[in-house]
Design a protein around this ligand. Structure first.
Ligand code: ATP
Ligand code: MG
Length: 232
């Protein structure tokens, strides 16, 4: 099996510089690897560090210790020590992050938001339009909204634009932080299917899902962070 991501001895403590430099240990020595086609669900109670770990894997937070090796073509990039330029390169081609919120860019139409990552990867404009339209239709986003900027959309509509953008041409590694949080049951089912399809096409998924039923349907494996709880 092809390994897509290797986390090595990840330890995180937050230091609150504006509060007497109080140290908040979160987890210690978390090591795991994820293969192509797997969906690893991060588990453990609120505050155990699931979102923190996901942000470290994407390079948004720096771990106190440890490394994150992300497959980038035939090689690996260590997200912890890589230059910002290499991290951006990894994000363009190899690793994607789906949060529960769309980062709305003023005046950019929904359909262009969905097309953008495909165009960046060299997909032709008409093919990108066709695939983006299919995906927005599949996620039940009314066609009258496709050519509008999502700033006035409802939470669930924005989230579906976000999901369409991330799943229309899924990254080889996909990090998901509660992507189904504000969706109704029908659209949640679509997302569960999209995750399964991405996996079958070889993506490696690491995700956080609040809903136990969704977790059961998505997971091929669980990683319980409780076991790595750092001593206070
Ligand atoms: N930027 C930050 N600065 C300081 N402490 C933080 C920061 N981000 C998270 N923490 C702390 O780290 C711990 C883990 O937070 P995290 O958000 O990763 O938990 P979680 O497992 O995702 O919880 P939930 O299920 O509630 O989303 C918490 O105690 C939190 O207060
Ligand atoms: Mg969280």
């Amino acid at each position: 099996m092809t390994t897509m991501l290797k986390a090595e001895g990840l330890t995180k403590q937050f230091v609150l510089h504006n509060q007497n430099s109080v140290t908040l240990p979160v987890f210690a020595e978390v090591s795991f690897s994820v293969d192509q086609g797997e969906a690893v669900i991060l588990h453990g109670q609120s505050g155990v560090g699931k979102s923190t770990l996901l942000r470290i894997l994407y390079g948004n937070y720096r771990p106190t210790k440890g490394h994150v090796h992300v497959r980038h073509g035939d090689a690996f990039i260590d997200i912890v020590t890589a230059t910002p330029r290499r991290v951006l390169e990894a994000r363009r081609k190899s690793i994607g992050f789906v949060s529960q919120f769309l980062r709305v860019i003023p005046r950019v139409k929904a359909i262009d938001i969905v097309k953008d990552p495909m165009l960046a990867r060299g997909v032709a404009d008409d093919e990108a339009t066709r695939r983006a339209s299919d995906m927005l239709a599949r996620l039940n986003l009314p066609e009258r909204l496709w050519n509008l900027a999502p700033s006035t959309f409802s939470g669930g509509e924005q989230q579906r634009v976000n999901i369409a953008r991330s799943f229309v041409d899924p990254s080889p590694i996909l990090l998901l932080d509660e992507p189904t949080a504000s969706l109704d049951a029908a659209n949640r089912d679509v997302v569960v299917d999209l995750i399964a399809e991405a996996r079958q096409n070889g993506s490696a998924i690491i995700g956080i899902f609040h809903d136990e039923a969704v977790r059961d349907r998505v997971a091929t494996r669980r990683l319980d962070l409780t076991a790595y709880k750092a001593a206070a």
